[in-house]
Write a protein that binds this ligand. Structure first.
Ligand code: WTA
Length: 664
């Protein structure tokens, strides 16, 4: 295992306690939730599950823990979409707005809880009409429009398992995920608006299905952009046709608490993404609890906005399931943070784009919670304070960040420019695997430090261990969770061995998350980034092996090694070192062709920032590529120990070669 790759920031030792005004109204302004959970964490989670969730059949069992498999509330029954929708309508809150939608071109829509419920029932009946049954898997590949949560909720209503695929992924990624899970249908849109133009989705689904994924019988297409697309006879159905005559009678069927709710594929250390499995009762309990307390939700008055994409776990838990269960009004925005100005839609000069688009939205809707990623904050910093000035951001009560370690400079910028030095910031650490937040301050209690995720939420037991697995209480180590938690993954789809070896074998009895962290003298926890071969590019997980496999598929490449390098904006950027086959002419043409090739194979987020052409790769005597050395080269650092290297001249040659390539 290699050392953490992200530097530890030296910070001024500043601390930020919650303001008295905030504490006076905060949901949690003392440590009683922690005390309760520390005294008996099962009883604590059972109380949350009973109070936050409506059960069709109450549970009597809380936790069954047969390492590495947990079951929570297993004899209880509930329906996810009932908890998100029906119960609010039944309580007389049907007219409450569930979502404000703002499209990238500036079109807007609102959906009340009652309207959303009707759409979900109709769409669920549409799915049933296609012959889908409880337990079947369906892929969803959509832009950030309300129909995406509608599709997810409709699946959950009838027990169909959804697998949401991020809209920026490639046809190969769609095919791979559909094949792995034997998906029976794909739900998509013709296109979505991105950077001022429709960006096609359905054509990529067609490509994905052209030579694979034979289990997919139907493709349901929402007409978002009115683009010209092909519809395959007998396979493809328009969303509007599917729901046109659909009945509004669609009871929410009670599901077992451990009914599989969704798969979400994520990158690990293997070339193939793994299907992380989440079930219903425990997942919903933690998503709902954390959403409510971490963002201090007031369902009557708040307009909550999480700017993530639903293609990631953050969107699942904190745009769809958590906020809806809490009955709050959320905002959903389709586009990118900078977009062509509406009045100047013609032309594509990025310099003129609207860089205050998000702040304009905050002001117009009176957003009360704003939740984004450090990479976005660093982009706002680069655009300059003047892009924020002039907008009224006084409605904001809580700020959040997620996805990667936040550097203290970005934290301070967020605090000063968006939080006006008065709003608490919650730095939330979690993973696709953990389902819901695990580390984060609660805003009413915690004193925060810029750049620190502070510590575990009530009812979770994060601990750092050293190489030998001994618990350490100060300094750097590997982040583990010592006890199960309700929203934990229930496995990797069809791969129990990988589940065991990825998370449970390194430190027996503990879940290992793949991150390094350190505890400072005051007991504050700081994330240091991944310690395995996973990169974090703009808050997105990408595996080095996945990019390497893509590179070597190109006929010009004989061998490739990929590492993450520190990047001011993205956190990490992808850097590839490739050895070309003999008859290919080295040069910038092939370098950019290889970057394009990876972007086409895996999707634009996986595009390498640099591809270097090298004659050799540093290998240990046993033939393993020494990524640590390549990382040091990519970072321009002094090289560490090269004594196990088979040929130490190789490293020097690469270093000189990549410096020359950069100069060109
Ligand atoms: C990283 C995203 C530091 C971490 C929610 C983790 C973070 C991986 C933070 C999971 C944070 C997420 N501070 N690092 N607040 N949040 N990470 O599965 O390396 O896409 O293991 O889930 O992102 O990425 P995933």
């Amino acid at each position: 295992m290699s050392e953490p790759t992200i530097e530890v920031y030296e910070v001024e030792d500043r601390t930020f306690p919650p303001s008295e005004a905030f504490q006076a109204t905060a949901l949690s302004s003392d440590r009683s939730l922690y005390d309760e959970a520390n005294a008996d964490y099962e009883a604590f989670w059972a109380r949350q599950a009973r109070e936050l969730i409506t059960w069709d059949k109450p549970f009597t069992k809380v936790l069954e823990w047969d390492l590495p498999y947990a079951k929570w509330f297993s004899d209880g029954q509930l329906n996810m979409s009932y908890n998100c929708l029906d119960r609010h309508v039944e309580a007389g809150r049907g007219d409450k707005i569930a979502y404000y939608f703002e499209g990238e071109p500036g079109d807007t829509k609102t959906f009340t809880y009652a309207e959303l419920l009707d759409e979900v029932k109709k769409f669920a009946n549409g799915l049933l009409g296609l012959g889908l049954e409880k337990g079947d898997r369906v892929a969803i590949y959509m832009p950030m429009i309300i129909e995406l949560p509608i599709a997810m909720l409709a699946c959950s209503r009838i027990g169909v398992v959804h697998s949401v695929i991020y809209g920026g992924f490639s046809p190969e990624a769609i095919r791979g995920r559909c094949e792995d899970a034997d998906c029976k249908a794909v739900i998509t849109a013709d296109a979505g608006y991105r950077r001022g133009v429709p960006s096609g989705l359905k054509p990529l689904v067609d490509e994905a299905l052209a030579d694979g994924a034979p289990t997919v019988n139907n493709v349901i297409v929402y007409d978002r952009c009115n683009t010209d697309i092909d519809m395959v006879e007998g396979r493809d159905i328009w969303w509007h046709d599917l729901v046109a005559d659909a009945s509004l009678d669609c009871p929410a069927e009670p599901m077992d608490a451990e009914q599989l709710l969704f798969l979400l594929y994520t990158s690990g250390t293997t070339a193939k993404p793994k299907g992380i499995m989440h079930t219903t009762g425990g997942y919903l309990t933690q998503a709902c609890f954390t959403h409510k307390y971490v963002f201090d939700i007031d369902p009557e008055n708040d307009v909550y906005w999480c700017g993530a994409d639903i293609g990631w776990i953050t969107g699942h838990s904190y745009i769809v399931y958590g906020p809806l269960t809490n009955g709050v009004t959320s905002l959903m925005y389709e586009g990118t943070p900078d977009t062509p100005r509406m009045e100047e839609r013609v032309g594509n000069d990025r310099a003129n784009w609207h860089k205050g688009r998000l702040w304009d939205i905050v002001e117009r809707y009176g957003v009360t919670q704003f939740y984004t990623a450090p990479t976005a904050i660093r982009t706002f910093m680069k655009w300059g304070d003047e892009e924020v000035e002039g907008y009224d951001l006084s409605s904001i009560r809580v700020l959040g960040t997620v996805g990667e370690p936040i550097n203290p400079e970005a934290w301070m910028w967020y605090h000063e420019n968006i939080g006006k030095e008065a709003r608490p910031i919650v730095d939330t650490w979690f993973q696709t695997e953990t389902g819901g937040h695990v580390l984060t301050p609660l805003p009413g209690v915690a004193t925060t430090k810029p750049g620190s995720a502070v510590g575990g939420i009530p009812g979770t037991f994060p601990e750092l261990v050293d190489d030998a697995g001994n618990v350490i209480t100060k300094g750097g180590g590997y982040l583990t969770l010592a006890r199960p938690w309700p929203s934990m993954l229930r496995g990797i789809w069809r791969n129990p061995e990988l589940y065991m070896s990825t998370y449970w074998e390194q430190y027996p009895g503990r879940y290992f998350c793949g991150d390094g962290a350190k505890l400072d003298d005051d007991g504050y926890l700081w994330l240091l980034g991944r310690v395995d071969d996973v990169m974090n590019v703009s808050g997105h997980r990408i595996s080095t092996t996945e990019v390497e496999s893509a590179l070597v598929e190109h006929p010009a490449v004989a061998e490739a090694a990929v590492v993450g390098a520190a990047d001011d904006l993205k956190g990490q950027a992808i850097v590839g070192y490739t050895i070309l086959v003999a008859d290919v002419e080295p040069g910038d043409d092939i370098r950019s062709e290889l970057s394009d090739f990876v972007a086409t194979k895996l999707g634009p987020i996986a595009r390498p920032r640099d591809v270097y052409l090298v004659d050799d790769l540093p290998k240990t005597r046993s033939g393993k590529i020494m990524r640590r050395l390549l990382r040091d080269i990519a970072a321009g650092n002094a090289l560490g120990d090269t004594s196990t290297l088979a040929d130490s001249d190789v490293v020097e040659a690469i270093r000189v070669g990549s410096a020359e390539a950069d100069e060109e």
